[in-house]
Design a protein around this ligand. Structure first.
Ligand SMILES: NC(=O)c1ccc[n+]([C@@H]2O[C@H](COP(=O)([O-])OP(=O)(O)OC[C@H]3O[C@@H](n4cnc5c(N)ncnc54)[C@H](OP(=O)(O)O)[C@@H]3O)[C@@H](O)[C@H]2O)c1
Length: 292
């Protein structure tokens, strides 16, 4: 498999949606894995073969034990940016490679070109990466398929109408498993240094069509009702930062009537077609019927 002869890969965001699957993919490929988490109790939820390290990206010196002896880092940055420069000094001192989970903020499609604090954060991290001698790969997924768990699962589980703004906004949801598989591949296989990949699902679907696909997976029709942007703001007030709500509303508004941007990057890198949203919905149907 042309594996790079590497010491352990440190996975940050190890307890998150993508990081958890990156860990599985790396272990399957025989790569030793270290996982970073701020929460000691999280260790129990990670595979037994993983070496768990406490650490916090906002406390750069806390990363030293996890970085010492590591060869590469899978970097997920959801923390505030203030400590990023100090973290990169440490990364550059310890490891050879970094694979960064970013977003398609450079892609000239309306969905990705609205005011977006996350894009500003990602661009800043990318500038820091470029200023180091680290071998780097940037992974830029569009909308995660799994966003629909937070967005629509509570109403669907409760048997309620899904009320949502911009039902006609289109996106090409990308399966988290495909994102993670690409990230892992670029960590353990040669040929991806300097790579910069926008990852999308294979199909442009309106938000209403995505809810329909979940309904098909459940074998029942899910009622959908358009809500206004202001109703949406009120609904999420206090649970999601206002800036994130504004970011989503602006992106969806701009994406109405615009077929989603679609790339072949997942298939090019993995050699298999990206999973469809329909497949994601079938594989996660239980999350729309059980749990909280
Ligand atoms: N959702 C989308 O549609 C989308 C699209 C494109 C890009 N993205 C990007 O994907 C990234 C999120 O990935 P995800 O969904 O896999 O993550 P996630 O499920 O939101 O989990 C966040 C992870 O970050 C870790 N973390 C948070 N603050 C930390 C800190 N101060 N120090 C160290 N670790 C910290 C958490 O670890 P502990 O709590 O265990 O410490 C957790 O593992 C974001 O950068 C987002 O912008 C998302």
């Amino acid at each position: 498999m042309n594996q790079i002869d590497i010491p352990p890969v440190l996975v940050t965001g190890a307890t998150g949606r993508v990081g958890l699957v990156v860990i599985d993919q790396l272990l399957d490929a025989g790569v030793p894995v270290r996982a970073l988490t701020r929460r000691s109790e999280a260790a129990a939820t990670l595979p037994a073969k993983v070496e768990v390290f406490p650490g916090d990206l906002t406390v750069p010196e806390s990363l030293d034990p996890a970085l010492s002896g590591a060869g590469a880092v899978f970097l997920v940055w959801t923390a505030p940016p203030q400590t990023a420069e100090a973290v990169f000094e440490r990364l550059a001192a310890h490891v050879r490679r970094v694979v960064f989970l970013s977003s398609p903020h450079q892609t000239p499609h309306p969905l990705f070109q609205q005011p977006n604090p996350m894009a500003v954060l990602h661009a800043g991290i990318e500038r820091l990466i470029a200023a180091t001698a680290l071998e780097s790969t940037i992974i830029r997924p569009g909308m995660f398929a799994s966003n629909s768990l937070a967005w629509w699962a509570p109403a669907i589980r409760a048997g309620e109408v899904v009320r949502w703004p911009y039902s006609a906004a289109e996106s090409a949801p990308v399966d988290d498993r495909d994102i993670a598989a690409v990230a892992a591949r670029t960590l353990y296989q040669d040929g991806y240094v300097g790579g910069d990949y926008v990852l999308t699902g294979p199909q442009s679907l309106t938000q209403a069509a995505q809810v329909d696909a979940i309904g098909d997976a459940l074998g029942r029709r899910i009622a959908f009702e358009e809500m206004t942007p202001d109703e949406f703001r009120t609904l999420w007030e206090g649970t999601v930062p206002n800036s994130a709500v504004d970011m989503l509303l602006a992106a969806w508004s701009a994406a109405v009537g615009q077929p989603a941007y679609i790339t072949t990057a997942v298939a090019d890198i993995l050699g298999t077609a990206p999973r469809t949203f329909r497949q994601w919905a079938v594989d996660h149907a239980i999350a729309f019927t059980e749990g909280s």
